[in-house]
Design a protein around this ligand. Structure first.
Ligand code: ASP
Length: 328
């Protein structure tokens, strides 16, 4: 039987190994005197408008959690946005199915997947977090729960999305697309004036996907992760690839090891690239982008292919930044 003493010996050896490989065994992080807060980051150009709604909350000393929910509700409620919430493209059966998750500074989490007929899946995810003993509800169960919470059942398939779907049906070629038209999931991460972090992620997923397909966006650790000691990260792009590496969690863990948000995003993308090559898949068919924020209010982003951008709002204003990318 292993004694406590043996255990301590093994731990000491493991610690020495970490030091040898350059990975810090000590997870204490010293913060600069001046922390860049409040701050909010979100994916894609619709992040600019979403950030404005989040900033309303943050600039009035509100909670990061309230800010990210308010922020992502902007594209969710916009029928012109074809990749999030109301107006999102349907699956190949013509059904709009939505995925979303939310996480706060205390690691409270809530998520819904394959939810139909509800315009604001992020608020249902928050209700799962706050009003149930569970963390994830899917499909009909998620809808039933939403209705008990007073959410309204609506038709989310707008005429333009229906037209696109009918056009797609003519060939019915099954190749779900991400990042081709520069609008996808909104992932948002924020730090409030108290230095607390939260995040939200919401999407209609891949256009014309198989019914029941769920991507990374509602999966805590894949599409979104928040650790209030370290930082937060969120993802967009091919959910299958993000899930494969537990993407957002990986980015946060890399920051814990001492990487900057930029370095952490780059290393996570490199992991996907390596696995894609190993599996003999074509990198050109894949897009994944990460954004990350640490407790100092520093941020970064990286993606596989050019075209991904993200919006940052802090004391210096709200701006759209082109993410650096791998495939030149
Ligand atoms: N990540 C989302 C998904 O896989 C879609 C996207 O961001 O393009 O469902």
């Amino acid at each position: 039987m292993k004694t406590r003493r043996d255990f301590l010996k093994t731990a000491a050896v493991a610690g020495a190994g970490l030091a040898f490989t350059g990975v810090k065994a000590d997870t204490k992080h010293t913060l600069p005197n001046k922390i860049n807060k409040p701050i909010v980051l979100s994916t894609w150009r619709f992040g600019i408008e979403a950030n404005v709604a989040a900033w309303e909350v943050l600039s009035q000393n509100g909670r990061a959690l309230d800010a990210v929910e308010a922020g992502v509700k902007i594209p969710e409620g916009d029928p012109k946005e074809r990749s999030v919430g109301y107006g999102g493209r349907p699956d190949r059966d013509g059904r709009v199915t939505l995925d979303a998750c939310i996480m706060d500074e205390l690691a409270n989490i809530g998520s819904v997947a394959c939810l139909e007929h509800i315009k604001h899946p992020i608020s249902v995810a928050r209700a799962v977090m706050e009003k149930t003993p569970h963390v994830m509800l899917v499909g009909e169960g998620a809808l039933d729960f939403a209705l008990t919470q007073g959410f309204k059942k609506e038709n989310l398939l707008v005429p333009d999305s229906e037209k696109e779907w009918k056009e797609w049906l003519k060939k019915s070629e099954y190749s779900p697309k991400a990042n081709i038209e520069n609008h996808d999931t909104i992932g948002m991460i924020a730090m409030d004036v108290n230095g607390n972090l939260s995040g939200a992620c919401t999407t209609s997923g891949m256009a014309f996907k198989m019914h029941g397909r769920v991507g990374d966006s509602p999966i805590i650790g894949a599409g979104l992760y928040v650790d209030n000691e370290i930082g937060a990260a969120t993802a967009t792009g091919h959910g299958e690839e993000v899930i494969r590496i537990a993407g957002a969690h990986l980015v946060v863990e890399l920051m814990r090891q001492g990487k900057s948000p930029q370095q952490a995003c780059e290393e996570a993308v490199q992991r996907i690239i390596k696995l894609t090559k190993l599996r003999n898949k074509n990198l050109i068919d894949i897009q994944v982008g990460f954004i990350a924020l640490n407790k100092a209010g520093e941020y970064g982003s990286y993606c596989i292919q050019g075209g991904f951008n993200y919006a940052v709002y802090d004391a210096t204003g709200n701006r759209l930044i082109d993410a650096p990318f791998y495939l030149k």
